[in-house]
Structure formats: structure tokens, C-alpha cells
Design a protein around this ligand. Structure first.
Ligand code: FAD
Length: 442
């Protein structure tokens, strides 16, 4: 590994999807050695990007999110082989309470030329689903949005693919280098250098793509712990800047081809939200009669079917949440038996092939923390004059294109797609619309 330089044009912090895709795109313009320096405390894909389920979709109720996702899907499609991207499509399967929201998503997808099919009415939805999986049995579904684009990618492999593209343009990712603080100018708020455990790098600009560690960098920059939000009634209130959620995911240990369609093909990613009562596949007990949601797809390691349910809020002030060690190594945050019962029962609720299969759930560490913003949507903005923060509010593995747009902004060209995600939207009350989905990011 090359020595850590003492000077750079841009220091990028984080070897996940956002840090590396920003480095890749920026390196098409900044070509001199050490123009761009990427710092990663552990290894690439050591954070959320390396454990993401890998789902790539457009289905968002917020127009600005949808346009951004359509842009990112274009980047995934630009090199599916390197990104290990499977363009199998994505299905949002919903109950009546979400019908209107999803219908508007479909209309707007047509408007932006994003190919999808929309089925309405319980009978037609059941027939459509049975046309894909003849064992489909979920009741009370009154709309199906079938996105023909999107699908899923292999989490770690795609991050390696992006690193290789940045490497090919001469960028070095310095692994095992932990950022501990920032050097500040005497006459302005600007950052003049990035302080690490292996030395300080003076620089003109900084990009932070720190995923669940966004909070730590926010604190290092002395930014406020509360944010003012102007509500729709014009009054302003203050909320905590960050909230941690725990993403619950797991794998059912069945044959790698278990989820094939009637035609023997790879299935689209399935996402079901419903208010139908859910009963345990193990005990027959009622698990919930409130709105619930799950998603599933083939496991990327061929271990069976992988997916998850809605995440839950970590009931602690953000400064008290222990993010390290992260993911599968975390002693504090792992999925539980309750999750396994709920998710496997939900699979059985949807497809007959999963009935009586909950005992095949693969026990072991899974899931991970996400750091969400005050409205649970991303913040892409500059702070302290020259620090660009990519705080994706855990929407972000699918957002492979954000780094491209951030690179443009670093080079001085404002991105229309990123503009709706500025920090001052809270104070101005320019918030994204919210949907009826049980997930914080739909
Ligand atoms: C269980 C789970 C499943 C998910 N599934 C999906 C999905 O299916 N689809 C989807 O679109 N999104 C999904 N997400 C969300 C997605 O994974 C994240 O939004 C995205 O990966 C964040 O990318 P990032 O580059 O910002 O951060 P990360 O990938 O977390 O990268 C940040 C990097 O910064 C490094 N770092 C931290 N602190 C320091 C420091 N002080 N110095 C140097 N380096 C540091 C870390 O080691 C890490 O490698 C999921 C998230 C989780 C937790």
C-alpha cells in the first residue's frame, strides 16, 4: 500500500458505495497522483454496503427519490457484470390502504419513462401473482406494481467492482486508516486537513460517505445535535439530528433455486405490505393484525431465500448507540427469534411452498444498524464550507449514482437531482411527502 500522502485536492472518507463511487467518478477529472485520497478505517464494504440485501428499486412515493433512483438504475445497468447486478425487476405488492399511493408512483414512473406494470383489484392481483408463482396465496392484496427494471446486486462484489474502476483511474484506497478529527482554518469554518491515526492530510475539500457512522463525523465537525423543522402548519419544532434503526434480515436455508417462477426463471424481488392478520408458521398464534411488510429474493451466496421485515427504532439517544463493532460482529444488535418467526411466517403467508418451513431459518448473526436523518430521507450537502456530507439515511446501496452527482458538485456543477436533499429543507419546511408504507424509506 502506498504511503499516506500529506496533501490532496479531495479526501474521501469511507470505502462504501458512496465514498467509492464518488472517487470513481471524480477520478475521471482529477487524474494526478493523490489528487484524490480515499480513507477507510477497516476495509472496503466493511460497513452497511457490505451487508446490504442489495435490492435496487425505483418504488418511492417521493418524486425526488424516484428520479434519483432512476438515475442510479442507469448506472447499475451501465456495467452489470462488474457490479454483479441482476436486473430481475422488483414488485411492490400492497393492501388497499396503500393503493392510492402506489397508483401515483405508477403514474409518475410512466412520466419519467421508468417501465412498470400496475395491476388493480384483488382478483386481478391474485391472478397476476399466480401467473408468476402458482403457489401464491396472500389475501387482501389490491394493487401490484411490477417494476421491469431494478432487481438486486451482490453487495461486496459490487463494491469491489467500483473500487476497481477507481483504481484503474489511479485512485488508492488507504485501508486501516481511521479519521479522528479535522484541522480547521483560523479565519473561516472551512476544514484545512483531515486528521487520522496515521497522520494529517491537508486538503481543499472533504467528502464524507460514512453510512452508519455519519453521526461521528457530524460530531467531529461540531454540528448541532438538534434540527429545527418547519411543519406543514407553519410552526417550527426541534428534533434530534440522528435516529438509529435496526434493519432485520435473514436467510431461509432452502435450495438455491427454491424461488424460481412457474417458467423456471429467476424471480423479481418481492416486497409485500399487507394488513391481513399474520399467524405464526410454528405455533399458529396471531403475530400481528397491524400493517406489516416483508421482502425476499434468492440469497446471493446460494444459501436459500434472503430478505427482511420492517426495521425498528433503537430506543437510545444517538450518541449512546454503539455502532462498533458493526454488523455481523456487533454484540448488541442482531436479529432475534421473534424476527425469524415473523419473517418465515410472512413467507408462508405469501407462498405455499414456505408453509411448515420456518425450522429451516438459518440462525446466526444478521442485520445491521442504519443512521437516519430527521425526516428519514438523505442529506446531500456541504457543511463548514468545504465538507460534502453524503448522509443517505440508509436508502443507499441502490444509489450507486449519487457519487457521480456528488463528483459533479465537487467540480462546481450543481445537480438538480440532489437539490431536493439539502439540509436547509428542514428549516424551510420543504419536506418530502410521506407515504402509508410501514417502512421508513418508502
Ligand atoms: C442490513 C441492511 C440491509 C440493507 N439493504 C439494503 C438494500 O437492499 N438496498 C439498499 O438500497 N440499501 C440497503 N441498505 C442500506 C445501505 O446498505 C446503506 O444505505 C449504504 O450502504 C450506505 O453506504 P455508505 O457508503 O454511506 O456507508 P458504508 O457502506 O457503511 O461505508 C462507510 C465506511 O466508512 C468507514 N468508516 C467509518 N468511520 C470511519 C473513520 N472514522 N475513518 C475511516 N473510515 C471510517 C466504515 O468502515 C465503512 O466502510 C441496507 C442496510 C443494512 C444495514
Amino acid at each position: 500500500m502506498a504511503d499516506l500522502p500529506t496533501k490532496a485536492k479531495v479526501v474521501i472518507i469511507g470505502g462504501g458505495i458512496h465514498g467509492l463511487s464518488t472517487a470513481w467518478k471524480l477520478s475521471e477529472t482529477y487524474k494526478n497522483p493523490n489528487d484524490i485520497v480515499v480513507l477507510e478505517k477497516k476495509d472496503i464494504a466493511a460497513g452497511a454496503s457490505g451487508i446490504a440485501c442489495g435490492v435496487v428499486r425505483n418504488n418511492y412515493f417521493q418524486p425526488a427519490m424516484r428520479e434519483l433512483m432512476a438515475h442510479s438504475v442507469g448506472v447499475w445497468e451501465s456495467d452489470p457484470k462488474t457490479f454483479k447486478y441482476n436486473p430481475v425487476g422488483y414488485m411492490q405488492i400492497s393492501p388497499e390502504i396503500m393503493h392510492k399511493d402506489v397508483a401515483s408512483i405508477y403514474e409518475q414512473q410512466k412520466g419519467i419513462g421508468y417501465e412498470s406494470v400496475f395491476i388493480e383489484g384483488e382478483k386481478d392481483c391474485t391472478n397476476y401473482m399466480k401467473g408468476i408463482f402458482d403457489d401464491w396465496q396472500a389475501k387482501g392484496i389490491t394493487s401490484v406494481l411490477h417494476e421491469k427494471k431494478g432487481g438486486y446486486a451482490f453487495n461486496k462484489d459490487s463494491i469491489r467492482g467500483i473500487e476497481s474502476k477507481a483504481n484503474a483511474n489511479g485512485v488508492n484506497v488507504h485501508k486501516g486508516v481511521t479519521v479522528t478529527g479535522f484541522k480547521r482554518g483560523s479565519n473561516s469554518k472551512a476544514v484545512t486537513g483531515v486528521v487520522t491515526n496515521k497522520g494529517t492530510i491537508d486538503c481543499d475539500q472533504v467528502v464524507i460517505g460514512a453510512g452508519p457512522w455519519a453521526r461521528d463525523f457530524w460530531n467531529m465537525l461540531d454540528l448541532p445535535k438538534k434540527t429545527k423543522i418547519k411543519g406543514s402548519n407553519g410552526t417550527t419544532h426541534e428534533v434530534d439530528m440522528w435516529t438509529y434503526w435496526f434493519l432485520q434480515e435473514g436467510v431461509l436455508g432452502v435450495d438455491a433455486n427454491y424461488l424460481r417462477t412457474n417458467e423456471g426463471k429467476q424471480p423479481p424481488v418481492i416486497h409485500v405490505d399487507t394488513d391481513a392478520p399474520l399467524y405464526s408458521d410454528q405455533s399458529g398464534d396471531l403475530l400481528t393484525d397491524k400493517l406489516w411488510g416483508i421482502y425476499y429474493k434468492p440469497d446471493i451466496e446460494g444459501l436459500g431465500v434472503q430478505g427482511g421485515t420492517s426495521p425498528y427504532i433503537v430506543d437510545k439517544h444517538f450518541d449512546e448507540v454503539k455502532v462498533d463493532p458493526y454488523g455481523l460482529e456487533s454484540p448488541d444488535y442482531q436479529t432475534t427469534d421473534k424476527f425469524a418467526d415473523m419473517w418465515t411466517s410472512a413467507l408462508a403467508h405469501c407462498q405455499k411452498r414456505f408453509v411448515g418451513k420456518s425450522n429451516l431459518y438459518r440462525k446466526g448473526p444478521s442485520g445491521g444498524l442504519g443512521c437516519l436523518t430527521p425526516d428519514s430521507f438523505p442529506i446531500f450537502d456541504r457543511f463548514c464550507e468545504n465538507v460534502y456530507m453524503i448522509a443517505d439515511a440508509n436508502h443507499g446501496y441502490k444509489m450507486i449514482g449519487v457519487g457521480h452527482l456528488v463528483a459533479q458538485e465537487i467540480l462546481g456543477k450543481e445537480s438538480e437531482l440532489l437539490k431536493p436533499f439539502r439540509f436547509n429543507r428542514y428549516e424551510k419546511g420543504e419536506l418530502h411527502p410521506t407515504s402509508n408504507s410501514p417502512f421508513p424509506w418508502s
